[in-house]
Write a protein that binds this ligand. Structure first.
Ligand code: NAI
Length: 347
């Protein structure tokens, strides 16, 4: 079965890791036709008048699935985040970021190992982008919390946990201080969790103590349910437990059946264009994409391709074929070629 997937290379290391991911997915034998579209500075450099051109959004609307590289957002000035805008425009309200210890990537948490999934609300919170300068030196940033979006992400996380056989959902919040905003979020989660009683354990933790708990005993945590900002921070914190941003994939899902797969990391301008970025997080996001295609279309070939890629990169890591961030010496392209070679042997 042929699948059409939108490929957005993005900025910084994006084009390098996107090329690498495409090489590996093609080698795995999934029948994918790539439709390349641009977003971020890359779009503007190609003559677009906006960082999120309509043709990029339209392509995702027609093909429903995209693999996306990171897009740069200037700090403290300039245009607003393309990533946040894309998630809002397509109502991709739920981010799923699995964080697992991997053989061949030893960390101080390898024993007993980490297996956490961060689920992040993608459309509101402080990322609503409503900021005002009241007077020079005084600024307000509004945090938006709605019952509809809070219930929606709670059901999404609880369903995810139940269908994947996970044991527990932990809501991280600061409702002791933000009694109305985080208070509403927690109340919605608690209400929705009541309908899942007996199928998955549910708990709530205040985020500061919860963060300490995660770095002290990550094995106590399973699925983390977070509003937007907390989910963003927790994704990188958890990535740090298993080897960093080079090994943490992600996916954004919405109610209109669109899905955009992207690594947790950003455009890493400090290493862009040097062939040193680790493409594994985007390759792993590609594996999530293949599993999604398999369950959405029933195409078992995609599931088998996903299994082969996972086996291939695991072999590479165990045998020391790694990029620099994981203590290896391979460049971006050489690592992708090593995975692709093993994928072809496994085929
Ligand atoms: P970053 O994730 O780009 O980089 C943080 C650190 O991790 C850097 O030292 C970088 O070299 C390293 N790193 C990241 N990915 C790596 C990889 N694949 N292999 C090896 N090392 C890697 O975060 P930063 O520096 O805060 O953001 C840079 C830009 O990316 C900003 O404009 C930010 O807005 C954007 N960004 C975009 C995201 C997206 O498109 N989804 C997500 C996060 C940030």
């Amino acid at each position: 079965m042929k699948h059409t997937v939108v490929l957005i290379p993005g900025d910084g290391i994006g084009p390098e890791v996107a090329d690498a991911a495409r090489l590996v997915l093609d080698a795995a034998g999934a029948d994918i036709e790539w439709v390349e579209r641009y977003a971020g500075l890359a779009a503007v450099e190609r003559g677009a008048t906006e960082t999120l051109p309509a043709e990029t959004i339209d392509a995702i609307r027609s093909h429903r699935v995209a693999l996306k590289g990171p897009c740069t957002t200037p700090i403290g000035e300039g245009f607003t985040s393309v990533n946040v805008a894309l998630r809002k425009r397509l109502a991709l309200f739920g981010a799923v970021r699995p964080v697992r210890s991997m053989d061949g990537v030893p960390t101080r948490y390898s024993d007993p190992g980490v297996d956490i999934v961060v689920i992040r609300e993608n459309t509101e919170g402080l990322y609503a982008g409503i900021e005002n300068q009241i007077t020079p030196g005084v600024v307000t940033s509004l945090k938006v919390v709605t019952e509809e979006a809070s219930r929606r992400i709670a059901r999404f996380a609880l369903d995810y946990a139940v269908t994947r056989g996970r044991r527990k959902v932990t809501v991280l919040h600061k409702a002791n201080i933000m009694k109305l905003g985080d208070g509403l979020f927690v109340r919605c989660c608690r209400d929705e969790a009541a309908a899942y009683e007996g199928r998955v354990e549910y708990e709530e933790r205040i985020i500061d103590a919860g963060s300490m708990g995660i770095v002290q005993r990550p094995e106590d945590f399973d699925v983390l349910l977070c509003e937007n900002l907390y989910g963003d921070v927790m994704s990188d914190l958890c990535a740090g437990l298993v080897g960093g941003l080079g090994v943490t994939p992600g996916a954004n899902f919405g109610s209109d059946h669109y899905a955009v797969f992207e690594a947790v990391h950003g455009s890493a301008p400090d290493i862009a264009g040097q062939d040193v970025a680790n493409p594994l997080a985007l390759i792993m996001s590609g594996v999530m994409l293949l599993r999604h295609l398999c369950s959405a279309t029933g195409d078992a070939n995609c599931g088998e391709a996903a299994d082969r890629i996972r086996a291939a990169y695991s072999q590479c890591l165990v045998e020391g074929e790694k990029t620099r961030d994981l203590g290896g010496s391979l460049g971006t392209r050489a690592f992708a070629e090593a995975v692709a070679r093993r994928v072809e042997v496994l085929a």
